[in-house]
Every structure is written in C-alpha cells, then in structure tokens.
Write a protein that binds this ligand. Structure first.
Ligand code: ADP
Ligand code: MG
Length: 251
C-alpha cells in the first residue's frame, strides 16, 4: 500500500507486509520514517491512497463506519504519551478500555458493572499496579502510567496490540520493564503485537521480527533470531547516513 497525505512524496511508499497471528513485530525507524502512519492504518484511522490494508479479515479501505468500529474494538493501541485521564483514578482509566463493549456513556467508577471493575483490578494486578488502583492517574510515574495504559488496552480483549513508541518518554529501566511486560502478555494471550521503536538494541532484545522503515519504505524485514546488531547496523548504513543517530539512540 501507499499513503500520500499530499501530492508528491509518499509517507508510506509501496509497503508490503504480512503479519501472522501471534507474531511480535518491531517497526524500527527514524522519526518521520512512517511508523505511526503505518500503525494508524492497522487501526483503521487512515485509509491507504492505493493498495489494500486488511486487518483481522476486514478490508480497512472499503469498511463501513460500523465495521471499522467493530475492528477497532479488537485492536488495542498503546501510545507514547499514555493518554490517560489524569484527574481520574487509575482503576477508572482502565475501566474505560471496556467502553467499546458497553452501551452508552459512563460517568464515575460506580457506573461500571461490578464484574468489569473486578476485571480491571485483575489487569492492574497483572501489570503490578494493584496498590495504585485508587490513585489519580496523574500521580503515577511515566512507567506506571504506561503499564496502566497496557491494562486499559487489555480491557478490550484485543486480538492485536499496536504500540507506537511506547517507551520513548521513559527512562531505560522503565523502558525495559514496559517492553518485558508487553512481551510477556503477548505470549500469555497469544496476542499479535506490532510495536514501533527507534532504539536498535531494544528491538533486537525484544521482537520476533524487525521491520525497518526509512522514508516510508521497508528497508529491512528479518526475524530477530540470528540477527545481530552489526547486521542491522550495516543495513541501516547502506540506506543512509542518519543511521548513526538511530544506532546511537539519539534519533
Ligand atoms: P514516524 O512515526 O516514523 O515518526 P510518521 O508516520 O509520523 O513517522 O510520519 C511519516 C511522514 O508522514 C512524515 O513525513 C510526516 O510528516 C507525514 N505525516 C504523518 N501524518 C500526517 C498527517 N496527518 N498529515 C500530513 N502528513 C503527515
Ligand atoms: Mg511516530
């Protein structure tokens, strides 16, 4: 598929990818390479300018609004900036992940069915935050907020988890913790994961497969097993001088 936001250069240029169920894919690339745009197509938030995007059997380009809504319920999304509501408790933030399964709006924790609140607590326990359940979300550290966002995504019972640079605003220790959590959860639930990162080392210690993007084109698509850092480095250096920034983690 190709995506042009305006005539001229393409944000995604003739990208062809097939992700199997249960696969854990890392999208690696510099800022501006098209990672977010690709993830947004997988969640039906963008439509391709040409070509086809098919997610869980739905053709995103031709899907009606109702079909797209149903698709989005099956796809969890974790963002760099967490997107929690700071003034709400952690538990209520997690409960909002179930809104797609409920009819009508909800206001306040008691408005969620007891069984959903219980489930939200189980997810919070899974991500190591049961003690913080009743705290305001804005009192959590960045790493804790991202773990709460993962718990919120789990409330959707997603079949696919998309994560857009989920650790870009976190310190190295929290980054490792959050990536490990996503990896463990994907194994426990056989979740398909597509996660963008810009750090080569994290990508190599994490996914099943690395897809490298540069200026909207796929320049690398390999299983992580057997891939070493030098190999990734050589692929990046063949495609541009800015590779050094990626490898130094300064991009
Ligand atoms: P990344 O996530 O890898 O940093 P993006 O997917 O955000 O890259 O951006 C890829 C390219 O598409 C960039 O040139 C960016 O400016 C452009 N782009 C992304 N979203 C939009 C948009 N909504 N409208 C216009 N251009 C966009
Ligand atoms: Mg991005």
């Amino acid at each position: 598929m190709t995506k042009r936001f305006s005539p001229g250069s393409a944000a995604l240029d003739d990208v062809s990818l097939d992700v199997a169920a249960g696969e854990v894919v890392v999208l690696l690339g510099l800022s501006g390479s098209g990672k977010s745009t690709l993830l947004r197509h997988l969640d039906g938030l963008h439509r391709a300018s040409s070509g086809t995007v098919r997610v869980l059997g739905t053709d995103v380009g031709s899907a009606k609004p109702g079909e797209l809504r149903r698709l989005r319920r099956r796809v969890g999304f974790v963002f760099q900036q967490f997107h929690l509501v700071g003034s709400l408790t952690v538990l209520e933030n997690v409960c909002t992940g179930a809104l797609g399964r409920l009819r009508g709006p909800r206001l306040g924790l008691p408005s969620y069915p007891r069984q959903l609140r219980r489930e939200a607590l189980e997810h919070l326990d899974r991500v190591g935050l049961s003690d913080q359940a009743l705290q305001r979300a804005d009192t959590l550290s960045g790493g804790q907020q991202q773990r709460a966002a993962v718990a919120r995504a789990l409330m959707q019972h997603p079949e696919i988890l998309l994560a857009d640079e989920p650790v870009a605003s976190l310190d190295p220790e929290s980054s490792t913790q959050v990536m490990q959590l996503i990896k463990d959860i994907s194994e426990e639930r056989r979740l398909t994961v597509v996660c963008s990162l810009h750090q080569v080392d994290l990508a190599l210690s994490w996914g099943d497969r690395v897809v490298g993007l540069r200026a909207g084109e796929v320049v690398l698509d390999m299983p992580v097993k057997g891939l070493d850092r030098d190999e990734v480095m050589s692929v990046y250096s063949r495609v541009g001088a800015d590779a050094g920034a990626v490898l130094a983690g300064t991009a």
